[in-house]
Design a protein around this ligand. Structure first.
Ligand code: SF4
Length: 672
């Protein structure tokens, strides 16, 4: 008999989360499809989500703990869980807690339980705990946080109320369920303008699009501010009561006219003026800021800082349809205290803390300060900046433990122990969406010797005598503890099971209705004393990317509809994703391809001083000359990116996701 269960797609395309129905017969998944009753996705399930049905019985699944005596060899042998856990606990005891680190990836954010318990373990033990967001949205979030507008309006608010939508670096491949809301807004008469470095799917949903050179978004935002102030289009009353630093900002942007920005961005000055006037004229303008890719260019977080000043300058805040739109990593209220009561404070001695900053982390590992590295659900090697440096560093770690569904680049090259995790249908958990929390109940028995991450940490905690690590009588007790918040009405798992798996979170549909902002002044900060105290520019600034003549093309990485970071061994473990996206593809403009004698579909080599990679060329009019683009997650992509420091430790201490490296890269491409 076939039974249908309601759950969630295990991927994390936040702010998109998708409800899923799974049909199971005789313990086998026979079909997965979208859940029309899910209030956030309303039946949508993309190719990536549909492919997850292939995880369960995949012949590539890890089913037993494995160990090997020599890295870079394939001499794996099975080991019992007890032996594996004894070995890890012994290594931690020998190394000491502060020479142990836990680095979590998206694989443990599948249902929040794995992440919560990984963090709980690290902090109770006193291990190093680094923030996974530093490979993703962290720097952009930092810029927005400094300005004071980290909270966002909902997708429903955008659909119902926005009259102008700027999709600024926001690729809808990352948040596909926002697309129907944009379509709804347009049907109502809203105008949509996409700004990006290539013609993305978002451009196809827009009334107008503008292509900027990578790393120059801040110049465009500063020039827009210049026009708005120069033409007296700013909101005087809002600025007087709800912002600080307008005088300093006005003086600063006087030197940023559209003609200057045209030379930097490639956007004609007339278009910049028109965009600024249209934005300033709207009383209900929403900006959807990109999550990850735009923070991996030379201009780092300056873009998010400058763009997030625009709503304050025009009074586009605190009203329906006005403000910042759905964004990965946004402060949606419940996220920031998601694990209150679950994750205790870190009790390491301050002098032993290795800050969550990429260059610092690499230096610490390089110098032998980390002896045990536990990697739940992450392919660190493909996602971290400067792969060659990371490889040299990981070679010094005495014990690397990977917990995953499949082997990955990292486990193949560096793991000493690989532990088999359960998939989303084989354990119970919760998915946090922007407006709801959703129950993901266990519907299948775990295959082989697979275990949930939380069980692995509970067993380790017992060996290391971490008293009270799992004080709940069952997994339901833990889920109830996570749900126990004002925003959920203190919901209980049993209630979700008995009624609907989705519980509405009490977050407003639009942010900052009270016009109180989370900054030291309580106002939108054009001038940030916080930034100044950290040694950072107090005003939004722009720094031009530095092109070398040897490597003239700006290299940008992003997201596609078939790939999401390095999930499932870059999709190679799932046949439908492997078929849709079988190999690395480098997008390049017709002009750049012609001048290099490269045809569409040819194999190319792209390289810089850091390394090289091979890919198939996609020659397309969707790319402007001077820029090449590739989907992120492919192994080797970060051989070309920089691990140079971006922000000081003070910024990391104040806003932990900000500790990202520069990630920028310039390359040359040749046939072959
Ligand atoms: S958009 Fe993301 S969450 Fe939704 S189905 Fe696709 S992969 Fe899953």
């Amino acid at each position: 008999m076939t039974e249908t269960y309601r759950t969630m797609c295990p991927m994390n395309c936040l702010p998109t989360v998708c409800g899923m129905q799974v049909e199971v017969a005789d313990g086998q998944v026979v079909r997965v499809h979208g859940d029309p009753a899910n209030p956030e996705s309303r039946g949508f399930l993309c190719l990536r989500g549909r492919a997850t049905g292939e995880i369960i019985d995949s012949p590539s699944r890890l089913l037993r703990p494995r160990v090997r005596d020599r890295r870079n060899s394939d001499s794996w042998r099975d080991v019992t869980w007890d032996q594996a856990l004894d070995d890890i606990a012994g290594a931690i005891r020998t190394a000491g807690a502060h020479r142990t680190s836990v680095w979590c990836g998206h694989g443990v954010i599948v249902n929040m339980v794995g992440l919560a318990m990984s963090l709980r373990f690290a902090n109770m033990l006193g291990a190093q705990l680094w923030d996974g967001s530093i490979v993703c949205w962290g720097l952009g979030g930092f810029g927005v946080w400094l300005t004071g507008v980290p909270a966002v309006n909902s997708a429903e608010d955008l659909a119902e109320n926005a009259e102008l939508v700027l999709l600024w670096g926001a690729n809808l491949a990352s948040q596909p369920t926002t697309a129907p809301r944009i379509t709804a807004a347009r049907k109502r008469g809203a105008r949509v303008i996409a700004i990006d470095i290539r013609r993305t799917e978002a451009c196809d949903h827009a009334d107008q699009y503008m292509l900027v050179r990578p790393g120059t978004d801040a110049a465009l935002a500063l020039a827009m501010m210049h026009v708005i102030v120069d033409e007296n289009l700013h909101d005087h009353e809002f600025i007087e009561h709800h912002t600080v630093g307008f005088e300093a900002l006005s003086a600063h942007i006087a030197g940023c006219p559209p003609e200057w920005a045209e030379a930097e961005t490639g956007v004609p000055a007339g278009d910049i003026r028109a965009l600024a006037r249209e934005y300033a004229a709207s009383r209900r303008a929403t900006i959807l800021l990109g999550g990850s890719s735009m923070n991996k260019t030379a201009n780092r977080w300056y873009a998010a800082r400058a763009i997030s000043c625009l709503p304050g300058l025009t009074g586009n805040l605190g009203r329906p349809g006005a403000g910042m739109g759905p964004r990965h990593g946004a402060d949606a209220g419940v996220w920031y205290n998601a694990f209150g009561g679950i994750v205790p404070h870190d009790h390491k001695a301050p002098e032993t803390v290795i800050p969550s900053e990429m260059d610092t982390i690499l230096s610490a590992i390089e110098s032998g300060q980390i002896e045990v590295l536990i990697l739940p659900g992450t392919n660190m090697l493909s996602s971290y900046a400067d792969t060659a440096r990371l490889e040299r560093a990981l070679a010094r770690v005495k014990l690397v433990v990977c917990i995953d569904l499949f082997m990955s680049d990292t486990s193949r090259a560096f793991a000493d122990l690989v532990l088999p995790g359960t998939a989303w249908l084989e354990e119970s958990g919760l998915k946090f969406g922007p407006s709801y929390i959703h129950l993901m109940d266990r519907v299948l028995d775990p295959p082989g010797e697979t275990r949930p991450v939380w069980q692995m940490f509970a067993a380790l905690a017992e060996r290391l005598r971490l008293e009270g690590f799992f004080p709940w009588s069952s997994i339901d007790g833990l889920l109830d503890a996570i749900l126990d918040k004002d925003q959920t009405g203190h919901a209980k798992v049993a209630e979700l099971r008995a009624s609907s798996p989705s519980v509405r979170i009490d977050v407003p549909s639009y942010a900052y209705a009270t016009l109180e902002f989370p900054t030291p002044s309580g106002k939108v900060e054009f001038f940030s004393e916080r930034a100044q105290a950290m040694g950072l520019p107090p005003l939004p600034i722009y720094e031009p990317p530095v092109h070398g003549t040897a490597y003239p093309l700006a290299f940008v990485q992003g997201r596609s509809l078939t790939q999401f970071h390095a999930f499932y061994d870059h999709g190679r473990a799932l046949p439908s994703l492997a078929k849709a996206d079988p190999e690395p593809v480098l997008w390049m403009s017709t002009a750049d391809a012609l001048s290099r004698g490269i045809g569409d579909g040819a194999m190319v080599r792209f390289y810089n001083e850091g390394g090289e990679m091979r890919a198939r060329a996609r020659v397309t009019e969707r790319m402007p000359a001077g820029t090449v683009w590739m989907c992120d997650g492919w192994m080797g992509i970060n051989r070309l990116t920089s691990s140079a420091r971006t922000v000081p430790d003070a910024a990391v201490a104040a806003f932990p996701p900000s500790g990202s490296a520069r990630y920028d890269a310039f390359v040359e491409v040749s046939a072959g």
